[in-house]
Design a protein around this ligand. Structure first.
Ligand code: GDP
Length: 394
């Protein structure tokens, strides 16, 4: 994921700043310019980058940074807070409740991954004991119904659509009614993909929304859309009341910054991300762990979950206690590296460790990354006991 490169660039900019002997306004500005450049390259909207830079400048006082504090930490925290602020619109999206009918309408550009995502969303909930159903209200694209039917059949999810009927509003209303009768608790309506210039299709989307009265409208966005994300997302928001965003194709070469723009344009949170073409390649999106991993700061809660999977049970209590005390030493890291190497796939776990960006463990490069770990372990082999047991993190 190219987002890892963004994290890497930001981490490098922070590193350079903390290496400077004197931290003055010039050094802080240079660091911020570097971070802004990285964000722009990742397709984050120019205005958002400018606002973020101004906010951090206001928060970070070079005098504080110079007074022996951990400069990198202060700056990193400010960047972290700002990225979280952008990605968190401040209000949660509508949350469907199991056992109570919710109607969820999916909208987005053609090719954004909408139909695939509808099925992933249904499948995700089905695994958790829900009773989802899919309605194909896309009568515009030839083959749309076949695609949904195929996906739904594979996942054993009931579906509704028509080869003959050309009115999407009628199909949507009929499908929703049918599945209400069948007591489905998650009725998912897939609509035609559209472009912001296509006024007629936007009108049709509005009518489908009126006819089905969705509890939640989800805007599906391809993460590679780049700088166009803001305008497109805003166009959708102006026609129907978008309440959540799902960003797809986060596994590809997308720069991912568009996700931040979509949140800003729709004032709605990202709730899931798509990380591949397959049904299970779908993850719940949480702002803080995401930004944390992006900045190479680790994801402690995810890491704790993973510990239970990879660390031998008899070693878990000691490790958890040391982590909760904040005394994560080189020795502990060495032991975890040993565990990870023993346990096979380690990419996911590694990206959760603070101090390591996902750049170090890109998908498909596990072998090289494994070699990197072994190199780190060799370096640690030459450390003194004091160095291995030190908890000083400055
Ligand atoms: P729609 O026109 O918006 O309904 O888009 P589709 O659901 O037909 O998806 C378009 C293409 O994107 C298909 O080839 C999907 O397999 C692919 N796709 C969807 N989501 C993802 C994803 O998260 N990652 C990747 N790599 N491909 C995806």
């Amino acid at each position: 994921m190219v987002l890892g490169q963004l994290g890497g660039s930001i981490t490098r900019a922070l590193q350079q700043m903390s290496n400077a002997t004197i931290i003055d306004e010039k050094v802080v500005s240079e660091c911020l310019n570097e971070i802004s450049r990285a964000l722009l390259q990742a397709d984050v909207q120019f205005k958002m980058v400018r606002d973020m830079q101004a906010n951090i400048k206001r928060i970070v006082n070079p005098d504080d940074l110079a007074a022996g504090h951990n400069k990198r930490r202060i700056m990193q925290k400010a960047v972290f807070d700002e990225l979280c602020r952008i990605l968190d619109p401040g209000k949660p999206s509508y949350t469907p409740k199991k056992g109570k009918t919710s109607i969820i309408m999916f909208v987005g550009l053609q090719g954004s991954g909408k139909t695939t995502t509808c099925t992933k969303y249904a499948h995700y909930h089905q695994k958790k004991g829900w009773k989802p159903a899919l309605v194909c209200a896309d009568t515009f694209r030839a083959g749309a119904f076949d695609q949904l039917k195929q996906n739904a059949t594979k996942a054993k999810i009931p579906f509704y659509g028509s080869y003959m009927e050309s009115d999407p509003v009628k199909i949507a209303a009929e499908g929703v009614e049918r599945f209400k009768q069948e007591n489905c608790d998650l009725i998912i309506v897939d609509t035609s993909g559209r472009h912001k210039q296509e006024a007629a299709l936007f009108e049709e989307m509005r009518q489908v929304s009126e006819a089905t009265k969705p509890d939640l409208v989800i805007f599906v966005m391809d993460s590679s859309i780049g700088q166009a994300a803001f305008d497109q997302a805003q166009a959708f928001k102006q026609s129907v009341s978008v309440g959540a965003v799902i960003v797809t194709k986060m596994d590809g070469h997308a720069k991912g910054g568009g996700a931040l723009s979509a949140v800003a344009a729709t004032k709605s949170p990202v709730i899931f991300i798509g990380t591949g073409e397959h049904m299970h390649e779908f993850e719940v999106f949480d702002v803080k762990p995401f930004v944390s991993r992006l900045l190479g700061m680790g994801d402690w809660s995810g890491f704790m979950d993973k510990i239970h999977e990879v660390v031998p049970t008899d070693q878990q209590p000691e490790l958890l206690q040391k982590l909760s005390e904040g005394s994560f030493t080189m020795r502990l890291m060495y032991e975890q590296f040993q565990n990870m190497l023993k346990m096979g796939p380690i990419g996911q776990v590694f990206s959760m460790l603070p101090g390591f960006s996902s750049e170090l463990m890109p998908k498909g490069h596990e072998k090289e990354s494994q070699a990197k770990i072994k190199r780190y372990m060799t370096m640690m082999d030459s450390m003194t006991n004091d160095e291995l047991d030190s908890t000083n993190r400055s």
